[in-house]
Design a protein. Structure first.
Lengths: 126, 126
């Protein structure tokens, strides 16, 4: 990639998503009210288009290789309020209103554990 | 992966990071004070070990293929306060105290633009 492309991506107003070698962007979903990070998932061009067209967060399932509308089965959809883009345009922050728990385990957020000093996982209180 | 492995990863207290086919975890860095998302980068086993041993966020540069201590040149290191792990252990939230702007452009956060309704990028005010 040329320096001109890099500069355009970083400073310009043109949306030029930089999909990785696997065809994916990283998506970080944040709760619009609490700003808590709810989940991390991946978007290909199809998921990005579906998200922008429907206003509901869509992802690309790396394990199943298919488009995935988050919450389509459970009802726990993520209504997108804003999409933020990082400097090199390979990651998105999706600010969304969750209709229910974001995690398939039933937790509000997928990040419900932290590494403790002994290298074990402990529940997060807050 | 068996159902038992999946269950252990999701509910257990054992840290079993699930590196992707590219050998990487996704890392989301959050400001320990403001909870603002500062950047997204990737960690291989080497970067994860270096981060845990030094208390400074390290990543694997996908473009250069090398270990990268964030801020080693600029001084804008990220002092790790807590590492949070998601349900399937393929993504980390790194709660950190930034010594300066996290973005190489000089911005506080790499997420300094949002998609507007016309599909263009606009600066974020907050």
């Amino acid at each position: 990639m040329s320096a001109i492309d890099t500069d355009l991506r970083e400073t310009g107003s043109q949306f030029m998503p930089k999909f990785g070698p696997d065809g994916l962007l990283t998506g970080v979903v944040v709760d619009a009210q609490t700003r808590e990070i709810l989940m991390v998932a991946h978007l290909d061009q199809e998921a990005l288009t579906a998200t922008r067209e429907t206003g509901l967060a869509h992802f690309h399932s790396r394990s199943r290789g298919t488009l995935w509308c988050k919450g389509k089965t459970s009802g726990n959809v993520l209504r997108v309020q804003e999409i933020r883009v990082d400097c090199d345009q390979d990651a998105l922050v999706i600010v969304a209103q969750p209709a229910g728990p974001a995690c398939h385990t039933g937790a509000r957020s997928c990040f419900y554990r932290k590494l403790d000093t002994n290298g074990r996982l402990a529940p997060i209180d807050d």
